[in-house]
Design a protein around this ligand. Structure first.
Ligand code: HEC
Length: 196
């Protein structure tokens, strides 16, 4: 028996109505409550899934390498300003000299935070998780900030006290944490020792 024409038309009408409804849902002119409900869920899901997918940040080299390759180098010119007051080291004179000192102060500020991330050394994760180690590292950043302020005032004399504070922090942390033999066998002035 052939389908009654009227029921076929009803079917088409129902499909068209459903399509219109769906358009209504995504239409930007639809009521704000509906628009919010439509967009809030995917946004929240994306935020939480990207947080879950991000692995914890770590360094591609050891903390021993950061000490030798970055901290030690950044600190030398900073100590130099204070030491110049005692007769050794270099007093910054030109704007360019002061800019150099300022870059090293920035490095100290930043590195104090960097060394709170574990790298590839065998003891790195243990150190980076230790609250006392982290406190020493934070004070490295804090002295860096003090030195930054001194460079803005071009206060070379202020570097005497700040330099003493800095060396105290290096030594206190080393006393508490640095092993007798560096874990990756990287020493201060390794290149000079090898005669290069
Ligand atoms: C938060 C703690 C901490 C602070 C602050 C710190 N260090 Fe270190 N440092 C270490 C640790 C731990 C090691 C040993 C790393 C290893 O062997 O894996 C080390 C190793 C070193 C080494 C390589 C070993 C050696 O004897 O030659 C040098 C150089 C060094 N530090 C310089 C400095 C200087 C300069 C400062 C201050 C400007 C400083 N460090 C501040 C923790 C610290």
């Amino acid at each position: 028996m052939p389908k009654p024409v009227v029921s076929v038309l009803n079917g088409i009408a129902a499909t068209a109505a459903a399509a219109l409804f769906m358009v209504g849902c995504t239409n930007p002119t639809s009521p704000p409550t509906q628009t919010n409900a439509d967009t809030a869920t995917p946004a929240a899901t994306a935020a939480s899934s990207s947080a879950a997918a991000t692995p914890p940040l770590s360094l591609p080299v050891s903390l021993n390498a950061v000490m030798v390759g970055a901290i030690d180098h950044a600190s030398d010119p900073l100590f130099g300003v204070g030491n110049a007051m005692y007769g050794s080291g270099k007093i910054p004179r030109s704007d360019a000299d002061w800019a150099e000192v300022q870059f090293h102060a920035y490095q100290m500020v930043i590195l104090g935070k960097v060394i709170q991330l574990p790298g590839t050394g065998p003891k790195d994760a243990e150190w980076a998780a230790n609250p006392q180690y982290r406190a020493f590292a934070d004070s490295l950043s804090a002295v860096g900030m003090d030195m930054l302020a001194l460079t803005e005032k071009k206060d070379a004399k202020g570097f005497q006290a700040a330099g003493n504070k800095l060396i105290d922090i290096c030594e206190s942390c080393h006393q508490a944490f640095k092993p007798e033999i560096p874990t990756m066998k990287l020493y201060h002035r390794a290149l000079h020792k090898q005669g290069r």
